[in-house]
Design a protein around this ligand. Structure first.
Ligand SMILES: NC(=O)c1ccc[n+]([C@@H]2O[C@H](COP(=O)([O-])OP(=O)(O)OC[C@H]3O[C@@H](n4cnc5c(N)ncnc54)[C@H](OP(=O)(O)O)[C@@H]3O)[C@@H](O)[C@H]2O)c1
Length: 274
């Protein structure tokens, strides 16, 4: 029987690449976005349903799930991909911006998970995949709010995976690395204006320049889509699916060495003069 996946945030970047890959592999795809743009997927297909879904709007989540189920008879996999970025100094970040990040990256994910669980329980199976980030494994400076929003999803997902085992529902994480090719950095540009005050500028310039010479290749949309496909089809109990050389590097440093060694290496990496 043909499987069905519902993905949030498919207007660009990783989400668009995921929708393309699952379609190419013969899945039914419920591609959701805030403002549906049917043109971005090329030719219409019976296996593709494009629906409006804003993760900060619970009614739109319920409608998209109901319409997806009506179209394809069920939803086997939910991917929480929608997300927004922020680089800022904590002391300069207003509450409104902090809350905006959490509304989408954290509470939006919690809301879609809660909404899909009754449907997956009714079906007797399902997989929920939450897209976080390499910074949830190796937090970096000047992205504390974003990192907090993604780390919250990591702990939530691990806890939920045990809670839903008895219903044959898997909960998994896809952890992508940095990809400057998506709209991610540009989308956050306006939100970040003025949030790195003068006293942080020298550090920020040095740090961002150092990161631009990051010793690993950037993550690609294809890697993230591939990791998501694996997470959607894997029969085992794996929780994390890493995508990108930078994520793998951070994971190895964090989990294959001592905490002291890991912290010393991270400090070395973040010393703009080092
Ligand atoms: N690119 C990176 O370096 C990177 C690294 C690690 C993790 N990630 C994560 O990967 C995921 C995808 O990011 P991306 O790099 O592909 O960036 P992107 O090209 O900006 O895509 C983000 C998607 O999320 C959507 N979105 C934003 N707010 C939404 C909301 N309230 N409701 C529904 N959709 C919403 C955007 O839709 P609109 O077109 O409506 O804005 C867009 O489709 C995010 O969760 C991000 O945190 C990205």
């Amino acid at each position: 029987m043909t499987k069905t996946i519902l993905i949030t945030g498919t207007s660009s970047g990783y989400g668009k690449a995921m929708a393309d890959l699952f379609l190419a592999r013969g899945w039914n795809v419920v591609a959701t976005m805030r403002r549906p743009e049917p043109g971005i997927f090329g030719n219409a297909s019976d296996q593709l349903k494009i629906l409006p879904l804003d993760v900060t709007d619970p009614d739109s989540i319920d409608r998209a799930i109901a319409d997806g189920v009506a179209a394809f008879g069920g939803i086997d996999v939910l991917v929480n991909n929608a997300g927004i970025g922020l680089a800022s100094a904590v002391e300069a970040t207003p509450d409104s911006t902090l809350r905006e990040i959490f509304e989408t990256n954290t509470f939006g994910v919690f809301a879609t998970c809660r909404a899909i669980i009754p449907q997956m329980r009714k079906q007797g199976h399902g997989t929920i995949i939450n897209v976080t980030s390499s910074v949830a494994i190796g937090p970096m400076p000047l992205v504390a709010i974003y990192t907090g929003s993604k780390c919250a999803v990591e702990g939530y997902s691990e806890s939920l995976s045990y809670e839903l085992d008895m219903f044959n529902i898997k909960v998994r994480l896809v952890e992508p690395g940095l990809a400057p090719t998506t709209r991610f950095a540009a989308n956050g540009g306006e939100r970040m204006q003025g949030l790195i005050p003068a006293d942080y500028q020298a550090f920020a310039h040095g740090f961002f320049a150092k990161m631009a010479q990051y010793p690993t290749p950037y993550c690609t949309e294809a890697e993230v889509a591939g990791a998501t496909f694996l997470a959607a089809t894997d029969e085992g109990q794996q929780l994390r699916y890493l995508a990108g050389a930078d994520t793998r590097l951070l994971a190895e440093l964090r989990w294959s060495t001592s905490e002291d060694h890991y912290l010393a290496k991270m400090r070395e990496m973040f010393d703009p003069l080092g």
